[in-house]
Design a protein around this ligand. Structure first.
Ligand SMILES: Nc1ncnc2c1ncn2[C@@H]1O[C@H](COP(=O)(O)OP(=O)(O)OP(=O)(O)O)[C@@H](O)[C@H]1O
Length: 273
């Protein structure tokens, strides 16, 4: 276990360009005395082919970070990159294309279209982009369907599927266009623990067996333990990271974070390391 909690996180070493990175990424809401700094000069790298969880207390800036990285929100200053693309420098049209072609999303609410079958829902990003379902797409669809154990459910509509199955369809949909990165926001928040564990195993398999890159926001230490690495965030800043997390090491990291937050001079003092 490697648990480090400190104020400023150096970018993680990685070979090649990280899949996603933030540099001095800052988001402020409001003006004057009422200004809230939701994200405060964050530097962080997310390696390609890894599964990373973002954890931290409510209001710490997890969703803000994810939304900025995914081009769903506009930074006040700093930069966010997907590969070599500076997301913060794109026009609205370029952002729409980036989200369509290079980013997959999995949300707490599965957001499937009720009148479409599972297969139609999975293929929707390609349908919307006008991409033909050729032999290459069919082969990838088959790989996803078998990895996610959806083979006998493809002709079913969402209402005929369990929550876990619906979320697996949503994961296949997020992966069908082979995005550079999948952002998952509390993907198990609406699932019972068994379905949640299945979904997390499938997300992990997408990374380990299919070479995808996943960044997940979660409140749940057990969910975070499926990731290769946990980034801890507190008060809009990166507060530490945990490599090869277990539920126990994540809980210990969160406990250290609470102690860190309640210490007046914590901003300059490492509390675990
Ligand atoms: N649109 C907004 N206007 C004003 N303040 C906002 C807005 N969105 C977020 N904030 C504030 O920014 C801070 C970070 O919010 P954010 O949603 O990123 O936190 P979070 O860690 O994702 O929280 P949770 O775990 O509760 O979802 C909070 O103080 C929040 O109140």
């Amino acid at each position: 276990m490697d648990t480090t909690v400190y104020q400023s996180l150096s970018p993680a070493p990685s070979g090649g360009v990280p899949a996603v990175r933030a540099r001095a990424l800052t988001r402020r809401y409001g003006k004057g005395e009422g200004t809230v700094t939701a994200l405060d000069a964050v530097d962080v790298d997310f390696a390609a082919g890894h599964f990373t969880a973002i954890m931290g207390p409510s209001g710490s800036g997890k969703s803000t970070l994810m939304h900025l990285l995914a081009g769903l929100d506009t930074a006040s200053s700093g930069r966010a990159f997907i590969g070599d693309t500076d997301v913060t420098a794109l026009t609205d049209d370029q952002l729409t294309a980036l989200r369509r072609d290079r980013v997959g999303f999995v949300f707490q609410s599965f957001n499937l279209l009720p009148m479409f079958t599972a297969e139609q829902n999975i293929l929707l990003p390609l349908t919307l982009a006008g991409v033909a379902v050729d032999a290459d797409v069919t082969a990838w669809l088959e790989t996803l369907v078998s990895t996610l154990s959806l083979g006998d459910r493809l002709s079913h509509r969402p209402a005929e599927l369990s929550g876990g199955q619906q979320q697996r369809v949503a994961i296949a949909r997020a992966l069908i266009a082979r995005p550079d990165v999948v952002f998952a926001d509390e993907p198990t928040g609406n699932l019972d623990s068994r379905s949640g564990a299945e979904v997390l195993s499938f997300l992990r398999r997408s990374v380990r067996e299919l070479g995808r890159t996943v960044i997940m926001v979660t409140h749940d230490p057990a969910a975070a333990a499926y990731a290769d690495r946990v980034i801890l965030i507190a008060d809009g800043r990166i507060a530490g990271e945990i490599d090869s997390p277990t539920p126990e090491s994540v809980l210990a990291g969160l406990d250290a974070l609470r102690a860190f937050e309640s210490t007046a001079d914590a901003r300059t003092t490492p509390v675990v390391g």
